[in-house]
Design a protein around this ligand. Sequence first.
Ligand SMILES: *Cc1c(COP(=O)(O)O)cnc(C)c1O
Length: 462
Amino acid sequence: MNYISTRGRAPSLSFEEAMLTGLARDGGLYLPESIPVMEADDIRALEGVSYEEAAFRVMRPFIGDAFTDEEFRGIIARAYEGFGHAARAPLKQLDSGHFLLELFHGPTLAFKDFAMQLIGQMFEFSLKRSGDRVSIVGATSGDTGSAAIEAFRGLDAVDVFILYPHGRVSEVQRRQMTTPTESNVHALAIDGHFDDAQARVKDMFNHFEFRDGVRLAGVNSINWARVLAQVVYYFTSAVSLGAPDRKVSFTVPTGNFGDIFAGYIARRMGLPIVRLVVATNQNDILHRCLSTGEYRPDGVVPSISPSMDIQVSSNFERALYYAYGQDGGAVAQVMDELKAGGFAVSQGALQALREAFESGRCDEDATRATIRDTWERSGELLCPHSAVGVHVAEAHRSPGVPMITLATAHPAKFPAAVEEASGLHPPLPERMADLYEREERVTRIANDLGSIETLIKERITH
Ligand SMILES: *Cc1c(COP(=O)(O)O)cnc(C)c1O
């Protein structure tokens, strides 16, 4: 299985190479040359197997000869053993026909652990085999960074540098990044928004001398291996509601478009998904783009669902690639236009996007009201991101088709917003109850490429 760039001008790579490199050298994102299809019988056979076994069967066709079956099973087992729930991704019922997929039982209480824990184990395995070392650099609006640090802390072959927007992540998110004591963990607080942090990371990847010098590796949501890991829970949840013999819909709280794009892949693999609904907060560029065809970032307005406070949605490029009929040149062109302020999606591509995705927006008041109402009606305390999902999902139900909303974080990761909305203080799970007492370690840094690169070169432990 080979991987090609969405912009069509980078060499095609194996799964392992695409995983280790992250962003393609032409600025594009890697995608599999073709998408393997799972037969209905194979999907049906996922009923009742463990999450790990389902993960193995769903992902196996994508990894080529990167790992033997036995190695890959070991990697998956180690990735999910630290989760606080035996089902890994349990499905709860909220209302008749509306289900909540709880993706927050991993070590940092957000869905990003599903991908990051797996990628940590895959990196460890690959780098041990080759004897190489890498510097992982990532930008985060809070959850990616904590998940990455948790996945890579203490690993021998890796330094992990995480840029987060200073003052714009929750205290739990910040503490999860700044309290690990391992010397290969480096938390950097950048003066700016998430989009600034993400732009500097992209700059580093496009600065080949630096990139090669420090052996840069990316684990942001643009990394294909992360998208792949997220495909699994679409299958497990849909199968538990009767797929492939019964169709389902999903609503996904969205920022960088990685999680919902995994649903798109699941559908292309043969999972019968009726609706894939993009749920945005007030930073609604994706909803606006799907509604009007215009993709024009206009500044982030901080919200109570900060992990979705995004105007430049990296993985949307992957959706555009398919919408433009797999024409890398067309994607490269709209991405150039984006640098100059924005672009209009062509008529044909917009139609394709609208066939694949629906969308909705949830403002701050509706987010708070949804947290309160869901607690009162169903006894489920939602995090603000999940609440955005539940609110938008309600407007996109179709009769007879169950709706699954992805619950992307534990409410205790965003306690202030949850308490304001519901009057309830969500406690941290027992296993991380001392987080507020641990000592923090962080470097504040300007939004300046040169300073960031210098710091990284100085800090590398190898
Ligand atoms: C990252 C994140 C999102 C958005 O996911 P994308 O894959 O970037 O769309 C939503 N909710 C939470 C809690 C997150 O951490």
